[in-house]
Design a protein around this ligand. Sequence first.
Ligand SMILES: Cc1cc2nc3c(=O)[nH]c(=O)nc-3n(C[C@H](O)[C@H](O)[C@H](O)COP(=O)(O)OP(=O)(O)OC[C@H]3O[C@@H](n4cnc5c(N)ncnc54)[C@H](O)[C@@H]3O)c2cc1C
Length: 343
Amino acid sequence: MTEQRVTTDVVIIGAGPVGLFAVFELGLLGLKTHLVDILDKPGGQCAELYPEKPIYDIPALPVVTGGELVERLMEQAAPFEPQYHLGQMAEKLEKLDNGNWLLTTDEGMEVEARVIVVAAGGGSFVPKKPPIPGIDGYEGSSVFYAVRKMETFRGKHLVIAGGGDSALDWTLNLQPVAASVTLVHRRPDFRAAPDSVEKMRALAEAGKIKFQVAQIAGLEGEGGQLSGVKLKSPEQGEWVEPCDTLLPFYGLTMKLGPIADFGLNLNENLIAVDTEKFETSVPQIFAIGDINTYPGKLKLILSGFHEAALMAQQAFHYVYPDKKLRFQYTTSSSELQQRLKVA
Ligand SMILES: Cc1cc2nc3c(=O)[nH]c(=O)nc-3n(C[C@H](O)[C@H](O)[C@H](O)COP(=O)(O)OP(=O)(O)OC[C@H]3O[C@@H](n4cnc5c(N)ncnc54)[C@H](O)[C@@H]3O)c2cc1C
């Protein structure tokens, strides 16, 4: 558990393209931001679902891949020094007596802020669970769907399951740390980057890992502690692969998650907002990007950018109730240029 407490002006839930651009718009107005995302990298859907696909409808960028767009948004946000808290689920939101909000993550980190911006897109990315009987009883003790700290797996006997990039990357990264690694995939071919597949095959040939073409039929163990994974294949029949840890990587799916319990008005799992400030039914809490709904909403990145700009105006008034907000252009305002660190 991280267990740490920080205070800032605005906490943004979701580091997708819209959350990243919100850092920029809030930063221009002098507001500091922290971002929380369950993914281990910024970029939301662009980074997780289509990093290499070209996008053609970002203004002034005739073509940009999902991955490049995220890089550019991070570069644009960088002068405002956003603090990223990745690999953490924004779990609980409480109002404090001083008028601020306190957001707690599943890692026990607390962020206190005057304003909350929900930029949670289609919801949090959560792992797809394999339909293995009894797997729930081992979760968190012997079965893990993500690697948050490699050290957790030092000296362990691992079975890693899956055929995508996560399964292959963690096979390669954990091999030097673990006592043993067995990669299990139901087919001999992979969806992962060819380079990783080649490296994995070289490790298997050198006897440093095992690769089994098989399906997981069941788990063996007691009291949440695995002793082996039952595998089966048409060629080899059924057998038990001894291990103390199973890491299944069967992809991610999106779920609204804990945001459903934040007490905000929802409309078919989307957060209802006004179109002047993009504020929710609860003052000081805003929702921008794919997660919000209003008449005429288009789930496009450019809509989220516009929403971020308008949200920031109202967020400023919450953080600085006594200050006047002057409308300024980045081309001509030396104040904005100083904040951008270009003047
Ligand atoms: C294949 C594909 C192609 C697309 N092509 C285009 C296109 O050409 N043009 C276009 O404009 N749009 C396109 N889109 C849509 C575009 O990707 C979305 O509109 C955009 O990603 C929305 O951005 P966002 O920041 O609102 O949310 P997201 O990108 O969904 O990011 C939200 C982030 O919030 C995180 N999160 C949610 N809840 C929590 C929580 N409780 N705790 C921690 N983290 C949380 C999630 O993990 C996620 O990283 C495409 C989408 C897909 C899937």
